[in-house]
Design a protein around this ligand. Structure first.
Ligand code: ATP
Length: 334
């Protein structure tokens, strides 16, 4: 009998509950045993408990050290602080790991893409320190620290060394933000010296966007501070079929939260049309993290069969199937 993994589950809102439900069903069909501790977060949690992040949710992540999370809507231009950012800061999930890879059988703008995005997850403009200096003038603080920049650079180089990646580009705008992005680069350069087998390069963020669209194959692993990582992730998602396909992991010493790159997609919520693949691939990363490599591989094989057959794909990738039917197809392959 295999071990039962207790995992904190945050279905989120928008398309979150639909894609989470699909992924939980698929995970259970792998034969791995899970005990889910399920919590609301964000607006729905506030309605029920008067808290955007219930205390019991924090306690559950502290206990289990692993969570699977659907997207939670962040209000624009006001309202409560991002739940995603708050959780990342609270548990010091400093590394946001996002692999961008084509699924076999799915035709996309660029075939054979294999990029790793490593985004600093706790600082930069996401510290949310904004204030009104005088009416009509707002200051928003970008915080870059030596500690934060060094640990994300170490994470990137360690990952690259362990997984046979060839090169790392640090992405910056240090020609304008000479001090903050300058510090980020200095830390990356210092860490790079300890890994002579990995080619290290530096590209300016705006040029990087153009270079990526011209020829994504010139890059291998991208190391970015928080905001650049957010933007470049969505750009790179388009290479492999869109946001419905790109997974993510928020990693730190104390806990790991696995979640898709996409947001709550209110435009398609509640219609059974969202693609659960991005969260499913995040769950594959979680299975590896839980030392369930055989189940992870089995799940990938089942998923790849569904994509290769092309019979039960969701609308975002050219099919007509709903979220539930897609999940059923993967379960059948399992
Ligand atoms: P956030 O800022 O919270 O990350 P966002 O602004 O990036 O969110 P999303 O909610 O990710 O926005 O949605 C962007 C677009 O991608 C929308 O048109 C949405 O319908 C589509 N999309 C996102 N996720 C999926 C998915 N899983 N399946 C299909 N389409 C999706």
């Amino acid at each position: 009998m295999g071990k039962t993994h207790t995992v904190t589950l945050i279905p989120g809102d928008g398309i979150g509950p639909e894609v989470t439900d699909a992924v939980v069903r698929i995970l259970e069909a792998t034969g791995v045993k899970f005990a889910w501790e399920k919590f609301a977060a964000g607006a729905s949690a506030f309605e029920k408990h008067g808290e955007y992040i219930p205390k019991d949710l924090y306690a559950s992540i502290e206990r289990n050290r692993v969570a699977l999370k659907g997207p939670v809507t962040t209000p624009v231009g006001g309202g409560f602080a991002s739940i995603n950012v708050t959780l990342r800061k609270k548990f010091e999930l400093y590394a946001n790991f996002r692999p961008i890879k084509n699924l076999p059988g799915l035709e996309t703008r660029y075939p054979g893409v294999d990029l790793i995005i490593i985004r600093e997850n706790t600082e930069g403009l996401y510290v949310g320190l904004e204030h009104e200096v005088v009416p009509g003038v707002i200051e928003s603080l970008k915080v870059i620290t030596e500690k934060g920049s060094t640990r994300i650079a170490k994470f990137a180089f360690e990952y690259a060394a362990k997984h046979g990646r060839r090169k790392i580009h640090a992405i910056h705008k240090a020609n304008i933000m000479k001090m903050s992005d300058g510090l980020f680069l200095r830390c990356a350069r210092d860490v790079a010296k300890g890994y002579p087998d990995i080619v290290y390069g530096e590209h300016i963020i705006d040029n990087t966007c153009m270079q990526l669209v011209m020829n994504p194959y010139q890059y291998d692993t991208l190391l970015l501070e928080n905001l650049y990582g957010d933007i470049v992730s969505d750009l790179c998602a388009a290479f492999v079929g869109g946001l419905g396909l790109v997974p993510g992991a928020n990693l730190g010493a104390e806990a790991s939260i696995f979640e898709a790159v996409h947001g709550s997609a209110p435009d398609i919520a509640g219609k059974d049309i969202a693609n659960p693949t991005a969260l499913l691939l995040s769950a594959v990363l979680m299975l590896h993290h839980l030392d369930e490599a055989a189940a992870a591989e089995k799940l990938m094989t089942a998923l790849e069969k569904v994509y290769t057959e092309k019979k039960t794909l969701t609308r975002d990738v050219g099919g007509t199937a709903g979220t539930k039917a897609f999940a059923d197809a993967v379960i059948e392959k399992l």
